[in-house]
Design a protein around this ligand. Sequence first.
Ligand code: PLP
Length: 445
Amino acid sequence: MNMLAEPLQKFATNSLESHWLPFTASRDFKAEPRLVVKSEGMYLWDHKGGKIIDGSSALFNVAAGHGRKEIIEAVHAQMLQNDYSPHFQLGHPGSFALSAKLSQILPEPFNHIFFVNSGSEAIDTALKIVMAYHRARGEGQRLRFVSRERAYHGVNIGGVSLSGLMKNREAFPGVIPNVVAMRHTWDSENTFVRGQPETGAELAEDLQRFCDMYGASTIAAVFVEPVAGSTGTLVPPKGYLERLREICDENGILLVFDEVITGFGRLGAPFAAQAFGVTPDIMTMAKAITNGTIPMGAVAARDEIYETITNSAPENAIEFFHGYTYSAHPVACAAGLATLDIYEREGLFDRAADLSGYFLDAIYSLKDIPAVRDIRGYGMMAGVEAWPEDGKPGVRGNRLQKELFWKGLHVKFTGDTAIVAPPLIAEKSHVDEMVDILRQTLSVL
Ligand SMILES: Cc1ncc(COP(=O)(O)O)c(C=O)c1O
């Protein structure tokens, strides 16, 4: 085991070996470690003292910026008051307060929230709610799920089953059966289109074809990210989500929006459901729910779904056999409440809507760079896709991510696409700083 060189020694133990890193090229990382040792506002600091602007709200979760004192104080106070109490057959006030507050920013009729600890757990929970609902209605034969190519729904077995990203599935073929994928909505005809493409709504007819092929009465639900996030910001074509909604309504299929990235103002409205004016049956959320401070996720269900499942069980019996030790952890609830207060007090969802025009203008100005293959964007979220190196998709993206970091910009990459999604507190000058670093780096490829 090699001793670490200064300045790493100051921050780490004398080895980086023990931690098995998530979604990381570990050997590459260990050869050239990048440790974040401090975060505040729009910035991160690395172990060498470099200051890095946060271009992806960390992992799309730190929407109100880093180091928010109000959240830290609420978490601290909650720890002192009640650090943890069990949730099975018991409650604590925070979860009721948080669910009521969430319902206020969710579309009607979403007044029932199930708490979990991550986006992946939210997806597994949503799958189970769907199954329990159909069973309670005497339609337990609806066991087929529809997803989409290029979808990302987290990493648990449920989410991997719905995944449309080959690398996320290929080593794990033992997923849940009976999942079929619609085509993704990226179209080479629509490169550099800003906002929703005019064409492509007909791709929603894939769902109708599945109804015709498998029998609509076997299909339980369709899971979609309203804007496909992790694959690099695929904005839904005009009319696409509306058509999915229609086909679901005509065939008794539930529509699930995975709002883990799009929730909490990213698109300039509380959720994508409001941004696009399409109301699903179930919504999953996580990430910005606590501004990234404490792990938390949630699933919101239409009242009718909650009532159907609840009323189908005998009096005094548990109605939904599901839950985690840390469902609605009191500390996460305190963080969530303080976070929602900030969003409300600072009007961050409206701020995102106001800043979006400037942000997208700046991002789309990168269009003239030859290395840029496509740009897509909506609200405060954009995908800047570089041409891949010959026959090696993702290699350039990996290299770019590192280069950008050392030049002072953190941005999340998937494959060769940078997903730019700044905290919603960003000023125009922060957007300029991000785009300048992107331009300098992409121009010399
Ligand atoms: C749309 C979507 N669903 C689910 C997840 C999984 O969330 P988590 O990493 O919190 O499990 C993500 C994470 O990026 C996501 O973008």
